[in-house]
Every structure is written in C-alpha cells, then in structure tokens.
Design a protein around this ligand. Structure first.
Ligand code: PLP
Length: 356
C-alpha cells in the first residue's frame, strides 16, 4: 500500500521494522521504550540524540534550543503570541486554514495581530508576494507549506523582525537558512514521526521575551531549561521521531538529498496531470505548487469519488482532499518512496484513458 494521507502520514518502512523489533526488548532492558522512565539513562539518550539530529540536519548553531512539546502545532498558535509579543503587535501572512487559525488565537489573546497579506481573495490558491513588514512588529508569522490548499513558500519572507514559521507539513523536506528565524515549529505527524509531539526550535534571545505571568508549562523557558522534560514528555513519539531522523540522516543522506527526492516525486505527480489534457486540474498557482501536498480536481468532479475509490482498491490510499475543500490530494512527504509517485502517475493516466 502507498499511503497518501496528509497526517498522520506514512512512515519509512525501515523505521516501522525497527520499532517492531525493539518493542518487546529495548536495547536489552527487557522492556519497551514506552515502559521505561523518561528520567532513565536509556530515554535520556533518545532525547539527546533527537536534539543532536535536529541540530545537525538543520545546521543549527548553539543559538537555538530544540524543544519537544505537546499540544500539537495548534498549541503553538497561542503559545507564540502568549510568550513573544512584549506588548507589540504581531504580523501575519495568511495563506490558508492553518494561518487563519494562528491569527485567530492571537486575536483571542487580545494581541491585535496585523494581517499583512492574504490570498483568501482567490481561495488561498497562491502565495502573496507583496507586503511590507512593520519594523515595530513583535514578529512575522507565516506557514511555509499549506497542507490543505497545496501551496508552498519557495522563498521565505524577509523581515527586520524575528521570523516565525509553522513548518508542520514541510519541515526537513529541504534545507533552509535558520538564522532569520526567532522560532519555527512542526507537528511531527507528517515529516517527523507520529502525532503527539511538536518540534519547536527557538532562538535563545527569544527566551528573554517570555513573561512570568503565564502558566508554567506554557512558558518556553520552562521546557527549555529542562531539555523538554519539565513534566512527563511524549516518550513514544520522541523515540519514533528520533528513528525517523536517523533514517533521514543515514538512509536519505540529509536535507539536500531529501529535497532532490521530493522534487522528483512531485514532478512525477504534477507531470501526470499537466499531461492529462485537462482531465486533472491543479488547484494551486503553478509557481507556488507544494512539493508535499499535491492538490487537484478532476474536470468532471462527479468522477472524483470513483477516482478515490478505485485508487484505494489498487493500494493508493488517502487521496481524498480535505473535507473543507473537497477534490483530491496526494501527500508525498519525505517517507513516500518514488515508487509511490510512479504508481500514482500510472494510475492517473489509466483512469484518464478509461474515463476521458
Ligand atoms: N499547521 C499545519 C500547516 C498543519 O498542516 C496542521 C495539521 O494538519 C496543523 C498546523 C495542526 O497541527 P496539530 O494537529 O498538530 O495541531
């Protein structure tokens, strides 16, 4: 089966096999990792290795702290404005459902967010290119990849203030320069592992902004000072994340190699509908197409349920678009092999020939 679900999403086969092998006896302890104390030397080694791998893969200097938090990426929507505004207004670029939710949380907290640009006028089908970032903004927040709408920032916005990004659906899919970032975060369940942990990377100077009058666990300083273990951490999720990062470093060979693989896979799928003579239609502007979530419609929308059902019968699972937009979506994160993209392209060509 090739799993095109958007998250929780497919994991590398080698990782699943390793988990299966270690589940009854983790490194000679006679227990699984989920049964071992998060304060044990064995688990400490897992967390430290995960932190080291994140730093190596992303090329992070010691100016950054790596955190493994709970509450999903959605918790970051409010934790960020709670911690980092210092009485200034935060600025946002709105490129879809997830940015809209992030803006809403800042509003709920009374932080008065400024929306600098939005692509809502065209159903979030493109990435806005023109906006000016106020020099007195608390930060600039944007979503690097729009999981639902299938668009992606191919170059990142520049600003004189710290940049903050929700990278939930494309972290570790390509290299980028971390220096302009005050913080970036990603729910793990797409490119990093299972649901239950959110990777948050914060630049150390941002920790100085954290106020004292917010609940202890919501202060970034709390988990930063305890290596993400101020309370019981999501042990199993961190363990799996570490294995996925090991696969990325050792099997894939790092982020440049990951990017080349991802470009090839996305090229295969986009080509399939560009060559279909209009049978399939991309929903995202060509220059902003996502390499992670390929969103499309069939010219005859009545055929979409048939397409999704027949694809699933052939082992191509999870091609239904998000319930808010309909249509079809192929999520092709790091762990999707080229063979999955090839199988999808072949199926698309056959289906078009049969039904066109
Ligand atoms: N941000 C993006 C870009 C997402 O795709 C998602 C979930 O799909 C979220 C945030 C929300 O993540 P979580 O479910 O971990 O809160």
């Amino acid at each position: 089966v090739f799993n095109f679900n958007p998250g929780p999403a497919t994991l590398p086969l080698q990782v699943l096999e390793k988990v299966q092998a270690e589940m009854l006896d983790y490194k000679g302890t006679g227990m699984s990792i989920t049964e071992i104390s998060h304060r044990s030397p064995e688990f400490d080694a897992v967390v430290n290795s995960a932190v080291a791998r994140v730093k190596r893969l992303l090329g992070l200097s010691d100016d950054f702290t790596v955190l493994f938090l709970q509450g999903g990426a959605s918790q970051q929507f409010y934790q960020i404005p709670m911690n980092l505004c210092q009485g200034k207004k935060p600025a946002y670029i709105n490129t879809g459902t997830w940015s809209t939710k992030a803006i809403k949380e800042a509003q709920i907290l009374g932080k008065d967010p400024v929306v600098l640009a939005s692509s809502e006028d065209k159903g979030f089908s493109y990435i806005p290119k023109e906006y000016e970032v106020p020099k007195d903004a608390a930060y600039l927040h944007f979503t690097t990849n729009n999981t639902i709408k299938g668009t992606q920032f191919h170059t990142f916005p520049k600003a004189d203030v710290p940049v903050i990004a929700d990278m939930s659906s494309d972290i570790m899919s390509r290299p980028f320069d971390p220096k302009p970032f005050g913080l970036f975060y990603a729910g793990a369940q797409k490119n990093l592992g299972p649901a239950g942990v959110c990777l948050t990377v914060i630049r150390n100077d941002m920790l100085e902004r954290v106020p004292e009058d917010i609940p202890t666990l919501l202060r970034y300083t709390t988990q930063a000072s305890k290596n993400s273990m101020a309370n019981t951490c999501p042990c199993f999720a961190i363990y799996l994340l570490e294995l996925v990062l090991a696969w990325l470093e050792e099997e894939v060979g790092g982020l440049e190699k990951a990017e080349a693989r991802n470009q090839k896979k996305a090229g295969t799928v986009y080509d399939a509908f560009d060559k279909s003579g209009g049978f399939y239609k991309a929903t995202a502007a060509p220059e902003d197409r996502s390499l992670m979530n390929v969103t499309f419609r069939l010219a005859n929308e009545d055929l979409e349920p048939v397409f999704i059902k027949e694809a699933a019968e052939q082992g191509l699972k999870g091609l239904k678009g998000h319930r808010s937009v309909g249509g079809c979506r192929a999520s092709i994160y790091n762990a999707m092999p080229q063979a999955g993209a090839d199988a999808l392209a072949d199926f698309m060509a056959d289906f078009a020939a049969k039904n066109g």
